[in-house]
Write a protein that binds this ligand. Structure first.
Ligand code: SF4
Length: 753
């Protein structure tokens, strides 16, 4: 046979009462007011050591010692005992004591007190004795609602939990219909709840159930009733002799329950008897071991949660309602609503009070309308300060503030997930700034306010900061420095610096992606150097070299010849070196080329004026206008022969020229074309004195030789130039020169450099 054993032994309240009585007994007789516990065996044992029960206060004399049992006693009874001079030792169970306090207070506050329980039970009589005109009911039909407009409803500590829930629900419905206020104090004690759940579980999985306890014990009888709902063979065993009625041999799985006032001795005795009767008996204290549990897994888990024995102190702490305080969040139900606000029944771990939501504290948005708050509607509320009215005894509530906190909670959830948020900090502390999001504190360390050092923290107070939460750090040690304090769930450490750094990195990425080579960018000229100009492209500076400023043959000595500081121009991106952070720009690339202007402005055949800007061995460069110049080859300077252009021209001379050709970026000009023919005839190319007629042939012969020599030199030069640039097309060779125009321009550039 398998025995599934539930919780056994005295509950904490009974254990306390018995121990108290024995501790005070010493060498003299002491009394208990009524039976200390509902168990005949224990009572007999107590009597054997000199602890006797008395049922009439009058039978006690001054200086007698009386122990009040765990069930408690009416207030008047206790007062009478004290008046008589009887020494009263109060062993009322703290759970029961709480009910006394509750009904006493609520009664004083004008509530009609209702006790759900057995009117004949000592505990119920005791509770009723701490208030006036208490109604004692066993179901909702017995309740008289005409008695009051508001009711405080408590329950016997050992009442059937399911039955209580049913009654509570029905009373709430009735109260709603009748517009009555009902507040419940869920006062069934944890031992009762635990053992009743075990009764459900063990009776579900057993062939038979033994409930050990006294017939007069309320909680033992409840266990019997509960077990009978699931099992056909349930036996109340008050002593070992009761086992005779049990057909132990026919049972393979036995559930063993015991009431809160059943001594462990009885349990041991019963188990030993069964072992003697059935050799195969196995005791399973941990019902987890049973395969039968699979059917009732859910119930088992629930019971297991509370199975662990608690000290009375722990139990009181666990089950006691929390103290009301400002900022406490509670659930409540609407009792009624009118134009002034909403009356709410609060649920605080079974302690039912009412609170009031002023109409201004109801809605976050929109106008308050009492019609929107129907009786029994569930509300989330928060306790807010009472204000200046010292007589205000009610609990002031706010739904609006709760809703706002919920919004804040959602916001903080997003923030902790990495969302950026804006906040103005309002307090300067050591190491940074503090701000608030609802009930959350946000700390911004000084080092996280900006990318650089923050000299004066107060400059950032009350100004919106763009922030992101920093990941939590393990900093368990307390520190004066806010930044080093351990993180608590209501504290967020945030940084504006990471927002700025992320943006900078993104800007940098966008910038580099926006300037591919060949693209056109706009930039402001910031400063000049001898070799070029620095241009600001917002994110960084770029360089325009002098050589990239103008198409002109004239050498650019300083960028201010083309650009002006603080002026914005368009530039072409020539090269990008992201690794070294260098960008080269060109300005001239976006300007029309000289030959393009010349094509329209100075077509071939145009006669115009220009200024000699440079003299070279093979001719002169004449500027038609800034940026546009052409070459007058030495052979095109005049009709005669000159050795060098400076024989006929000098820099800055203004000359009239004819455009002879525009090809391949080159403009060729001629002065000679515009010189009159007669000048050709008259103008001697060379100042040669041919002498007398007789001397003329020899002089001509000498001249011819000189010309031949010159011609040889020219041929040598021609060979030399053509060797350097053998691909030069013939048509670009001047008709009067063996040097190509390209050669001449190249040579000019070499000279310029
Ligand atoms: S059953 Fe509960 S209320 Fe009653 S004495 Fe035990 S612990 Fe206290």
């Amino acid at each position: 046979m398998l025995i599934y054993r539930g919780s056994t032994g005295f509950c904490a309240g009974v254990r306390n009462a018995v121990d108290t009585a024995l501790a005070h007994k010493k060498d003299r007789v002491i009394y208990t007011l009524g039976n200390l516990i509902h168990n005949d065996c224990v009572i007999k044992s107590l009597e054997a050591v000199g602890v006797f029960a008395v049922f009439d206060v009058n039978s006690l004399n001054a200086k007698d010692t009386v122990v009040i049992s765990s069930h408690g006693a009416p207030k008047k009874t206790v007062e009478r005992l004290i008046e008589k001079g009887v020494k009263v030792i109060d062993a009322t169970c703290p759970f029961v004591k709480k009910i006394h306090e509750r009904v006493e207070k609520d009664c004083a506050d004008g509530y009609g007190v209702v006790i759900i329980g057995d009117r004949e039970h000592t505990e119920v009589k005791g509770i009723a004795g701490w208030c006036q005109d208490a109604q004692i009911i066993t179901d909702e039909k017995e309740m008289d609602f005409s008695f009051s407009d508001k009711f405080s409803i408590v329950c016997q500590t050992t009442f059937d939990l399911d039955k209580y829930r049913e009654i509570k629900k029905n009373i709430q419905l009735l109260a709603t219909k009748l517009y009555k206020i009902v507040v419940f104090y869920d006062s069934i004690c944890y031992t009762t709840v635990e053992r009743q759940k075990e009764a459900v579980l063990l009776s579900s999985m057993s062939d038979a159930v033994l409930v050990l306890g006294d017939k007069s014990s309320s909680n033992t009888n409840k266990l019997v009733q509960i077990a009978k709902k699931k099992c056909n063979f349930v036996y109340l065993i008050s002593n070992v002799s009761d086992l005779k009625s049990v057909q132990i041999q026919n049972i393979s799985k036995l559930g063993l329950l015991s009431g809160a006032s059943t001594p462990t001795e009885l349990i041991t005795e019963v188990i030993n008897t069964m072992i003697e009767t059935n050799n195969d008996t196995v005791i399973i204290e941990d019902v987890k071991e049973s395969e039968a549990l699979t059917q009732v897994e859910e119930q088992k888990t629930e019971v297991k949660k509370e199975k662990k024995e608690m000290s009375m102190k722990d139990a009181m702490k666990k089950y006691a309602p929390r103290q009301y305080r400002e900022g406490m969040r509670l659930k409540g139900r609407v009792v009624s609503a009118d134009n002034t606000g909403i009356l709410v029944a609060l649920d605080n771990a079974g302690k039912n009070d009412t609170g009031f939501i002023d109409k201004d504290e109801a809605e976050m948005e929109g106008a308050y309308s009492p019609e929107n708050y129907k009786p029994d509607m569930e509300l989330d509320v928060i306790i807010i300060p009472k204000g200046n009215d010292k007589n205000n005894k009610s609990i002031n509530l706010s739904k609006k503030a709760y809703d706002a906190l919920k919004v804040d909670d959602e916001r903080v959830k997003g923030i902790l997930a990495g969302d950026e948020f804006e906040l103005s900090c309002t307090q300067e502390v050591k190491g940074g700034l503090l701000g608030k999001i609802g009930t959350y504190t946000v700390f911004v360390p000084a080092s996280q306010i900006r990318m650089g050092f923050v000299q004066n923290l107060s400059e950032y107070l009350n100004k919106p900061l763009r922030l992101k939460a920093l990941p939590p750090k393990d900093e368990p040690e307390e520190s004066e420095d806010e930044s080093k304090r351990p993180r608590n769930p209501k504290r967020i450490v945030a940084s504006q610096r990471i927002v700025l750094e992320e943006e900078k990195a993104q800007r940098e990425e966008d910038f580099w992606n926006s300037i591919p080579e060949g693209s056109v960018v706009s930039g402001k000229v910031k400063r000049f150097a001898t070799f070029g100009a620095f241009v600001s492209l917002k994110y960084m500076d770029a360089l325009v070299h002098n050589s990239e400023l103008s198409w002109s043959r004239k050498k650019i000595n300083s960028p201010d010849e083309v650009l002006t500081i603080n002026t914005t121009y368009d530039f072409q991106v020539l090269s990008v070196d992201r690794e070294n952070g260098k960008i080269s720009l060109g300005y001239k690339q976006l300007q029309p080329k000289p030959e393009e202007i010349a094509m329209t402005k100075y077509p071939v055949g145009t006669i115009t004026k220009g200024k000699v800007v440079r003299l070279v061995k093979f001719g002169a460069f004449v500027e038609l206008e800034p940026g546009i110049d052409g070459l007058v080859h030495i052979s095109q300077i005049n009709h005669g022969w000159i050795k060098s252009a400076n024989e006929a021209l000098k820099v800055d001379d203004e000359v009239e020229v004819k455009v002879m050709g525009i090809e391949n970026d080159r403009i060729t000009l001629s002065i000679k074309e515009l010189l009159p023919e007669e000048e050709v005839a008259q103008a001697p190319m060379f100042d040669i004195n041919l002498g007398t007629d007789e001397e003329k042939p020899s002089r001509i012969s000498q001249f011819n030789k000189r010309m031949e020599g010159q011609d040889r030199n020219d041929k040598r030069d021609r060979r030399k130039f053509r060797n350097e640039d053998g691909d030069e097309p013939r048509e670009y060779i001047s008709s009067s020169s063996v040097v190509t125009l390209a050669d001449l321009f190249k040579q000019n550039e070499k000279i310029d450099d």
